[in-house]
Design a protein around this ligand. Sequence first.
Ligand code: BV8
Length: 233
Amino acid sequence: MSVAGNIVILTGAGISAESGIATFRGPGGLWEGHRVEDVCTPEALARDPALVHRFYDLRRAALDTVAPNAAHDALARLDAAWPGELLIVTQNVDDLHERAGARRMLHMHGELRSALCAACGTRRPWRGALPPATVCPACDAPALRPDIVFFGEMPYEMERIESALSRADLFVSIGTSGAVYPAAGFVRAAAAAGAATLELNLERSAGSTWSGETRLGPAGVLVPTWVDSLLPE
Ligand code: BV8
């Protein structure tokens, strides 16, 4: 890839694991405590709003106790220095990429530190607990919910992602099991557009088959090494 090629980076829960945030699918995984259907679908929210709000309140509160790790810091350094196009597409709902200084990024599955009004669609920063039926300051409806993309809901900014993938010279996936669509299909879309594809992950994943190269190891080690290989001394 030329020194100013276009890069798309997809991150998943594995990039935040070394910061102490549990991944979803694995020993002690987030989903282990709950069935996905009970906490991450619109039906679950309608059936038991207190359970769903509490699941996200606990994860939002945990953000006060974690910090970005070397992988987040390396991606922020690349974002600041890379002369070509660069977009970090994160499936994560934590704010560790931002806190590390990343700017050219988006959260395709929503954010813990944001609240969405189910009535008027307004999103707003939110830090503390978010009880069910909290009144929306914009429309007065008691309809604030976690700003999270549940299963069966459309991920955010798909047009911007698809446009970036169509122009990518390099697609890198970091810390994702490749279990969830449409994110799991991005590697194939990038390859079809002619991009080179690289996976940095602790173990082989469902995406490994489609990646031109897979490097196995912790993101805190692999990502800084990869970023150093792209940036001049
Ligand atoms: C949609 C919310 C369409 C935030 C999440 C059948 C019925 C219904 C739907 C479907 C179906 N078949 C397919 C679908 C679509 C469905 C889907 O993909 N289902 C799967 C399960 C089959 N997808 C959807 O529903 C999506 N929406 O398709 O809408 C549509 C069309 C028209 C109109 C309306 C809608 C919505 C998907 C988003 C769901 N929300 N979470 C939250 O709670 O956090 S998904 C959830 O999984 C998280 O967002 C997470 O990001 C995502 C993926 O997980 P990973 O990030 O990969 O994490 P995981 O634990 O799995 O893996 C971690 C990896 O890291 C592992 O590989 C591990 O080895 C590695 N690792 C660990 N430690 C380290 C490490 N790597 C490096 N270093 C380390 N230290």
